[in-house]
Design a binder for this molecule. Structure first.
Ligand code: NAD
Ligand code: TYD
Length: 374
């Protein structure tokens, strides 16, 4: 069996691939466009590993996706590919519409074409006989066994007031940024492809992730990288906006669990009950750096904090109610925020070359040249 995973040169997708292949022999076809956020260097440890096949391409390229599906016969498609940064979506929403909405639509159509041609029925575990009476190897995908898992965000639910209960799966969609609106649209398309065509879909809506290999434009890696470079730490507005943080490997374990046992057509919220105001996050990062890599002048990195103009339309608070995933599928995060943030800061201290390469696009450009040459 095989998985087709899109956007897996990005932060969460790459963590998912590394995590998956650390405990499974099941190969992954990784389809990634290598935008500025895609960094194949994250997956350099898999070079020469036949279980990882990297393909540079767009989820919206129907011909390419259909060819990959026909060739590799995956039992599931996991869609991580997206434009993911809210600030970029404010300055230039076009790419967000193209990839997150049009790209997801095209991907769904390619997958529907592949899925509808698969043999009907689930393989019997006992004798390898399909429900329609034909026999088939137990390793071949079937319509019933196939899954399309769409990775989405809690931002589709909009913003909470201070005392509102956390977002449950039943919360209405109220996206406020071009990014969250485009992800909300993609969630609706996925839902519609299930209800209209019967495509076996699953959707996960996760809170803010953090951890290794995070592109340093998002809050936590940006603060670490700027602090070490002696630059200001830009906190938007009063810094009292609340986000709910989840260590990326815990997101990966949740996706594995939903893929394995999620009910078709359902959505599952993923979060670790870690609501924190931004300013507290920044101060925690500074305190860890003070301990692990003290400034030469003996001052705290917190001296570099600088309150700047707020993001337009900035959502005040996100919080995830993950009880459905916990109760139905028995998922639990392994990390506390304290253990996860320490590991994250330690990882960035140990990997300055990765940071500098991802900032300059060096490794991505190198990979692209290899493709052009071959
Ligand atoms: P990321 O920006 O780090 O990575 C996105 C990846 O998708 C990149 O490798 C990029 O090259 C690729 N990509 C972009 N457009 C593509 C296209 N048209 N075709 C193929 N590949 C394309 O994002 P991330 O943080 O890893 O997020 C992954 C997914 O998880 C996204 O769907 C995002 O909406 C969702 N999500 C992210 C968070 C978070 O905190 N980062 C939280 C919840 C949900
Ligand atoms: P970000 O990491 O961009 O994720 P998202 O907008 O998807 O939640 O931002 C997390 C929070 O940190 C958000 O409230 C905006 C804030 N923020 C800053 O205060 N300064 C920054 O430089 C960045 C990038 C974000």
């Amino acid at each position: 069996m095989t998985l087709l995973v899109t956007g897996a040169a990005g932060f969460i997708g790459a963590n998912f691939v590394l995590d998956w292949l650390s405990s499974s022999q099941e190969p992954i076809i990784n389809l990634d466009k290598l935008t500025y956020a895609g960094n194949p260097e994250t997956l350099a440890s898999l070079q020469g590993d036949a279980r990882h096949v990297f393909v540079q391409g767009d989820i919206g390229d129907a011909e390419l996706v259909s060819r990959l599906l026909a060739e590799h016969q995956p039992r599931a498609v996991l869609n991580f590919a997206a434009e993911s940064h809210v600030d970029r979506s404010i300055h230039g929403p076009g790419e967000f519409i193209e990839t997150n909405i049009v790209g997801t639509f095209r991907l769904l159509e390619s997958v529907r074409g592949y899925w509808s041609a698969l043999p009907v029925g689930a393989v019997s575990e006992r004798d390898g006989v399909l429900a329609d009476g034909s026999s088939r190897s137990e390793t071949a995908p079937t319509q019933e066994g196939f899954r399309f898992l769409h990775v989405s965000t809690d931002e589709v639910y909009g913003s909470l007031a201070k005392d509102d209960p956390a977002f449950a799966e039943t919360h209405r969609y109220e996206p406020n940024s071009p990014y969250s609106a485009s992800k909300a649209a993609s969630d609706h398309l996925v839902r519609a492809w299930h209800h209209t065509y019967g495509l076996p879909v699953l959707t996960t809506n996760c809170s803010n992730n953090y951890g290794p290999y995070h592109f340093p434009e998002k809050l936590i890696p940006l603060m670490i990288v700027n602090a070490l470079a002696g630059k200001p730490l830009p906190v938007y507005g009063d810094g009292m906006q609340v986000r709910d943080w989840l260590y990326v490997k815990d997101h990966c374990s949740a996706i594995r669990r939903v893929l394995e046992a999620g009910r078709l057509g359902e959505t599952y919220n993923v979060g670790g009950w870690n609501e924190k105001p931004n300013i507290e996050i920044v101060k925690t990062v500074c305190a860890l750096l003070d301990e692990l890599r003290p400034r030469a002048d003996g001052q705290s990195y917190a001296e570099q904090i600088s309150h700047v103009t707020d993001r337009p339309g900035h959502d005040r608070r996100y919080a995830i109610d993950a009880r459905k995933l916990e109760a139905e599928l028995g998922w639990k995060p392994a990390e506390t925020f304290e253990s996860g943030i320490r590991k994250t800061v330690q990882w960035y201290l140990a990997n300055p070359q990765w940071v500098s390469n991802v900032q300059s696009g060096a490794y991505r450009d190198w990979v692209q040249k290899q493709y052009q040459a071959s």
